[in-house]
Design a protein around this ligand. Structure first.
Ligand code: ADP
Ligand code: MG
Ligand code: MG
Length: 890
């Protein structure tokens, strides 16, 4: 017996997503709970994978099982596939485990041919409807199954409609004529006679859905969302119900809560006398669901009850599709609704307050990166007042964006590749526009609501979007946009600004300002004035209740430190002292120090820098009162502080009162073949101990001063680029000696730690030895990645993208920590270090400290904290909480 490839909707349930795909599991679950769903069956994702494994051939038994399932449906509904006297029509719908909205294809009204068409007309006593179904079927089948360019069909439709008519105004005869023209186009394009045999149609459509899994749209989409190619898609074959049977019929899409704001209101759109794709594709402007309440109150009532029931059943916002056939409601799809970051947080918090979910579930629901959307810039209200308002639409995606108008997705992709900021403006968007949407700063459409393709994609990308700007009349050929009711005509290339919070579109570049949450954090707005902030902070406080991993920030200035603390950083994990060297006139003293030939001259120059550094540290200690501050001693190669051009060298020599040739020789002498592996890190302090000494003194004097003023200081002095314990011991001796001196001189006892970066593989390998001196480790995963891969970070841009593109590497290891390789060194160093010193404190301060997957890894290997840029602290807080929840899979 062959494997079971086909499941009736009555055989499936919500837990079978992997096997049936999201759509299949959804319709099965609805069927199970008694919701009206047209009967049908699902071909499994395993069948799709087997189809590919067999070189694009149906697996054994698949077709036989399909025919059997079809028989069951026929018996259930009393219609017969291909039978002119009472024809059963079906839809053939794709559906993978992860929902990929609009990325795959659906064929409707399958089973129609000349004979069944007549039967349908007779049975429904509605020839126009039958003709409409027929032309739709040929159009979809031609485009999706036979690969004919859809625009050819649309062109025919537009010609037939003329200027003033809509598709609903076309007569039965006209529609039949159009259908014939479609067939001719298909024949000319593909050489294929349109298949009349319904079974042949079905076989071809199933094949096409399988094939669409490897189509460009689907592959592009999976690449962006990192969805594996190996999942495969399910195929759903389902009895057709018709929303295009007249004015008592309709089709629509709805969310159980507003997907842009999270407001608890049934939000949706529908079209009377239309079929599925029409709403999403913006064929006509859909009506808001509130209208349905007036037009068909009973259906609305039933629908809203089902919607709420589904939300309670799934305990999450549902995105549902429905069709009304002659006053009878049918549900066609339900899935968890995609939402903006703001909506995600609000919905999660609201649902906890409603008792629908617990806090843990709430925390699992929001992807850490989504929190970023709370921090996106918004349009400055003052500037907006003076700006020219062009049009208003639905605020569909977060933030504000400025860019040049581009009307074509290919062009958007090309221009953005060249570094231009573009905004894609379309009447409506379609799945094939995806690459252009990804490349744009914002998406702006003239048609469609929050359920339109543009809005769905923008939400998922976290991209600024305004949709349904009805006043924009776009002329693709002329490359212009006319603003309805005005003389304004915009051209491709013109600057506009799109406000994804208010829905306004402005001419030109309108100034933006910081997000509401940031304004509150900076004290420019009262917390109680911002609802957004309320949700944001409540949600993050729940993350803090759960997480064990500490979160610190990388900050070099008091300003950064303040921001970090306001975002919830529990200390500074990396304060780079060299950044202070560049400020103001200090660079002069630094250069003097570098150029100095004797230790004595060097000390003189360092003496000028010392009080300035001390001041910097005092500023940071003050802000971080009560929290630890990790300060790294000088790290970069010295040549970074010197000019390189002849003229600049001459100027500097002049300023310093030395011989230009001498300075030039110095610059030359510092040149290295491989600076990242050269004279840097602790090697500087080893060659020039007076540098370390000066820095240590500045730190401890600053600490003593602050402590005397009642500030709680916890300095942690960190030596970079250590590969052997002897390096750390030598530098550590200096630090400890200076600490003792300063404590004696000031009478302040300072509680400090001495530790090291672990960023050279040898340090990780000998961590047990290093921990005899180090009281803490901080993994510098940027350097550690660079040295473990043997890939220079500064040069990797040339070849690394190709690695990721061709999937040799899953991710760029400088973005996402390579857990398999670099991660092993981290794990090993923690274990070995703690074998010597059980209370060894460990953290990470590379770029990875703010990347959710890497943060979770840090939790798993038992680090004490991660440290990241101030703006990513909130992301790390949530990721750290999710790491705990992932351990307790319940
Ligand atoms: P997508 O994955 O792009 O949402 P679907 O498979 O959901 O594609 O199909 C798109 C639309 O086609 C649905 O929203 C629905 O309106 C319509 N549709 C699909 N199957 C049927 C059916 N059996 N009867 C009526 N309409 C259908
Ligand atoms: Mg759908
Ligand atoms: Mg480093």
């Amino acid at each position: 017996m062959s494997k079971k490839w086909v499941y009736l909707f009555t055989e499936g349930n919500a837990s079978m997503r992997d096997l049936l795909g999201g759509k299949g599991a959804g319709v099965a679950e609805m069927t199970r709970t008694g919701v009206p769903v047209p009967p049908g069956f699902t071909i499994t994702t395993e069948a799709c994978n087997e189809y590919y494994a067999r070189g694009r051939q149906f697996p054994e038994g698949l077709w036989e099982q399909t025919l059997e399932a079809l028989k069951v449906i026929e018996a259930q509904v009393g219609k017969k596939f291909g039978d002119p006297s009472n024809p059963l029509l079906v839809s053939v719908r794709s559906g993978a485990r992860e929902s990929m909205p609009g990325m795959m294809d659906t064929v409707l009204n399958l089973g129609l041919n000349k004979e069944t068409l007549e039967g349908l007309a007779r049975l429904t006593d509605n020839r126009r409807f039958a003709a409409d179904a027929y032309r739709r079927f040929i159009q979809l089948f031609g485009k999706i199954v036979l690969g004919v360019d859809g625009e050819k069909f649309e062109h025919v439709m537009n010609e037939a409609k003329g200027k003033d008519r809509q598709d609903t105004d076309l007569t039965a005869d006209e529609l039949m004529q159009i259908a014939e023209t479609f067939k001719t186009i298909i024949k000319e394009d593909t050489g294929i006679d349109f298949p009349e045999d319904p079974y042949e149609q079905l076989r071809m459509a199933i094949t096409a859905v399988f094939n669409s899994w490897m189509g460009r749209r689907a592959v592009d989409y999976r690449r962006v969302y990192k969805i594996p190619d190996t999942l495969g898609t399910g195929v759903n074959v389902q009895m057709m119900v018709f929303g295009n049977m007249g004015n008592d019929s309709a089709t629509g899409v709805a969310f159980t809560r507003n997907p842009a704001t999270g407001e608890d209101e049934l939000y949706g759109e529908y079209l009377v006398n239309a079929q599925g794709e029409d709403v999403v594709a913006g064929i006509r402007t859909p009506k808001p669901l509130s209208k349905l309440r007036e037009e068909m109150p009973e259906v609305y009532q039933q629908f809203s009850e089902i919607a709420k029931m589904l939300e309670r059943h799934y305990k999450d916002v549902q995105d549902v599709e429905f069709t009304i056939e002659r006053g009878k409601l049918w549900m066609l799809q339900t899935r968890n609704g995609k939402r903006t970051g703001m909506a995600a947080v609000k919905i999660a918090v609201d649902m906890v307050n409603e008792g629908l979910i617990d806090k843990r579930t709430a925390l699992r629901r929001v992807q850490p990166e989504m929190l970023n959307q709370f921090l996106f810039p918004i349009v400055n209200p003052g500037a907006a007042e003076h700006a020219t308002r062009l049009a208003h639409g639905l605020a569909a995606g977060p933030g504000a964006a400025q860019g040049r108008i581009v009307l074509d997705p290919d062009e958007a992709a090309a221009r953005s590749e060249q570094g231009e900021r573009v905004i894609l403006v379309r009447t409506e968007t379609a799945p094939e526009d995806f690459h252009g949407m990804v490349a744009s700063q914002a998406i702006l459409t003239a048609r469609g609501g929050l359920t339109s393709h543009a809005a769905v994609v923008a939400r998922q990308l976290g991209k600024c979007c305004v949709c349904g700007c009805g006043d924009l009349e776009i002329d693709y050929k002329a490359g212009t946009i006319h603003v309805h009711g005005t003389d304004t005509v915009l051209k491709a290339g013109d600057w506009i600004t799109v406000d994804g919070h208010s829905g306004w579109v402005y001419a030109g570049q309108v100034e933006t300002q910081e997000a509401e949450v940031i304004q509150v954090i900076r004290g420019q707005m009262k917390p109680e004035e911002s609802r957004l902030y309320g949700y944001f902070s409540t949600f993050l406080s729940w993350a803090d209740e759960v997480r064990r991993l500490g979160v610190r920030a990388n900050a070099d200035t008091p300003t950064d430190a303040r921001t970090a603390r306001l975002f919830g950083a529990e200390g500074i994990g990396l304060c780079r002292t060299e950044h202070m060297f560049f400020e103001g006139d200090r660079i002069d003293a630094v250069r003097e120090m570098i150029v100095a030939d004797t230790a004595e001259d060097r000390r003189k120059a360092l003496a000028k820098i010392e009080p300035l550094q001390q001041g910097d540290f005092e500023g940071i200690f003050e802000v971080m009162d009560g929290l630890p501050v990790t300060i790294r001693t000088l790290d970069p190669p010295l040549h970074e502080f010197l000019p390189h051009g002849d003229r600049e060298i001459e100027e500097l020599a002049h300023k310093m009162g030395i011989n230009p040739a001498q300075l030039k020789a110095k610059v030359e002498s510092l040149r290295e073949a491989n600076p990242m592996l050269g004279f840097r890190g602790c090697r500087l302090g080893i060659e020039y101990p007076e540098i370390t000494e000066m820095q240590a003194r500045a730190i401890f004097r600053a600490a003593a001063n602050c402590q005397a003023r009642g500030i709680h200081v916890h300095p942690e002095i960190m030596i970079p680029l250590v590969g052997d314990v002897s390096e750390l011991r030598m530098q550590g001796d200096i630090v400890r000696r200076v600490a003792d001196e300063v404590m004696a001189e000031t009478g302040q006892k300072i509680d400090y730690l001495l530790g090291t970066m672990i960023e050279v593989p040898r340090a990780a390998l000998t961590a047990d030895k290093i921990a005899t001196v180090a009281e803490f480790f901080s993994f510098g995963t940027n350097d550690l990645t660079q040295m473990t891969f043997g890939m220079s970070r500064d040069d990797a841009g040339r070849f690394l993208p190709a690695y990721v593109e061709s999937k040799l590497l899953k991710d760029d290891p400088f973005e996402v920590l390579d857990q398999e390789g670099v991660g092993q060194l981290v794990r090993m160093a923690v274990e070995r270090g703690r074998s010597t010193r059980p209370d060894l404190k460990t953290g990470i301060c590379g770029e990875h400290g703010g990347e959710p997957e890497s943060v979770k890894f840090c939790h798993r290997v038992g680090l004490n904290y991660v440290s990241c840029s101030p703006y990513r602290v909130v992301i790390a807080r949530l990721a750290a909480a999710q790491a705990v929840l992932e351990e307790q899979k319940d």
